[in-house]
Design a protein around this ligand. Structure first.
Ligand code: LLP
Length: 386
């Protein structure tokens, strides 16, 4: 929801731009931190969702750890000031350089995704005379019931170590002297809205934890990953139900007093706090279709083209009308998939109107590209518009 003042301010800015509502971001961060505190859960922010400097600073200042998936994310987290003892590093393809850099930084934990990776980390740690803390990322074969392109915890996915390789994994851990096993890690997918999925995950985690303990391993950390979804259809609903989410893990995960439960949330923390603001360049009224052509395209927001993702689209220059027109809302890029929404009902729209594409705080700005030699996308923050 935008105030008239916001909209007047937007008119003075160069479009397209990502608008960040930092007050909403802060409220979301506080809500999640408060809900996690009830159970003493640890939350790492999944940096891949948004690494805008101001956003990262807020998240760090709110006490979160960082979940990284590249060497540069690890270095960025440290530069922003996230505690090294709160940085976890996942990814199926960590390069030697990335592993060496993370070893130099003494991060909290590598979430290891293959047996070969265990051997490489052990070898590189030995050369440095260091010990590496590792958690085993297990692929639990639990269906996240989300879009197949953002599902990560099924047998056919490339992520994690499969159950049939765990014997080999345990033997490798026992023979690698420079690896310190601290626990097990899972992440089954993103934009999960059916919370029952997490009950199924907890059941599997309990089984895997027992399997490791039966073989003499001490599990200190149960890292359950992230994936909590947001309501793209109701962007003004804003703050996800963190209490309900954490309660599931409290109710269904078997946690010993000596164990810590860790989470890696991205989208749920940042998703609703930004909109992509764009201007209508042209309106084409065809026989079969009406098109609104925006100055933003898939280069600024890739999700609809990549995953057929829904984002609510609003004409914020016009009041809602009784009789709406149906438009296909498209961008200027030379690709037919450069479309933000089909048959979107909006008030009659004109060249120059401002269009807000909502819920773009997660996997929006960070996935922008310069395809077609487009400009880097602009950014504006609520607190700077006075
Ligand atoms: N942990 C790991 C190991 C991950 O791979 C991810 C996301 C997360 C945590 C955080 O997931 P979240 O809480 O944000 O769902 N670009 C896609 C989403 C890709 C998610 C990748 N991994 C999209 O725009 O929907």
């Amino acid at each position: 929801m935008f105030s008239n003042k916001d909209i007047t301010q937007f008119a003075n800015l160069e479009t397209p731009f990502y608008y960040y509502d930092l007050a909403l971001l802060q409220n979301t961060l506080n809500a999640c931190a408060d809900a996690a505190k009830v159970y003493n859960f640890h939350v790492h922010y999944a940096m891949k969702a948004n690494f805008n400097q101001k956003v990262l600073e807020r998240i760090k200042a709110s006490g979160y750890g960082a979940d990284c998936v590249s060497g540069n994310e690890v270095l960025k987290a440290i530069e922003v000031g996230f505690g090294k003892d709160k940085i976890v590093f996942a990814g199926v393809g960590k390069s030697d350089k990335e592993i060496n850099d993370a070893l130099d930084q003494d991060i909290f934990c590598f979430n290891v995704e293959s047996i070969q990776e265990l051997l490489v980390i052990n070898e590189l740690a030995t050369k440095k005379g260091k010990k590496a803390k590792v958690a085993i990322r297990i692929n639990p074969n639990v269906d996240a019931h989300t879009h197949h392109n953002i599902t990560t915890g099924l047998d056919e996915n490339k992520f994690g170590i499969n159950s049939w390789d765990l014997n080999d994994c345990a033997a490798t851990l026992k023979k690698c002297a420079e690896l310190e096993f601290i626990g097990i890690h899972f992440h089954i997918g993103s934009q999960i809205t059916n919370l029952d999925v997490y009950k199924n995950l907890c059941v599997r985690i309990n089984e895997f934890a027992a399997w490791f303990e039966d073989r003499g391993f001490v599990i200190k950390v149960l890292n359950v990953g992230g994936g909590l979804g947001i309501d793209y259809h109701n962007p003004d609903q804003q703050i996800p139900d963190f209490a309900a989410y954490f309660k599931i893990f409290n109710d269904f995960l078997e946690v010993r007093p000596s164990q810590e439960v860790h989470f890696e949330l991205g989208r749920a923390l940042v998703g609703q706090s930004s909109s992509l603001i764009s201007k209508v360049l042209y309106v084409k009224n065809g026989k079969k279709k009406n098109f609104i052509i925006l100055d933003a395209g898939m280069t600024e927001l890739m999700r609809p083209a990549l995953y057929q993702a829904y984002h609510k689209i609003e004409n914020i220059s016009k009041a809602a009308a009784d009789v709406a027109v149906k438009y296909d809302v498209v961008g200027p890029i030379c690709e037919s998939t450069d479309c933000f929404g089909k048959e979107v009902e909006m008030p009659e729209t004109e060249r120059g109107d401002l269009i807000a594409i909502r819920s773009t705080g997660a996997y929006g700005e960070v996935m922008a590209s310069r395809y077609n030699l487009r400009e880097n996308v602009n950014v504006a923050f609520s607190e700077e518009l006075i």
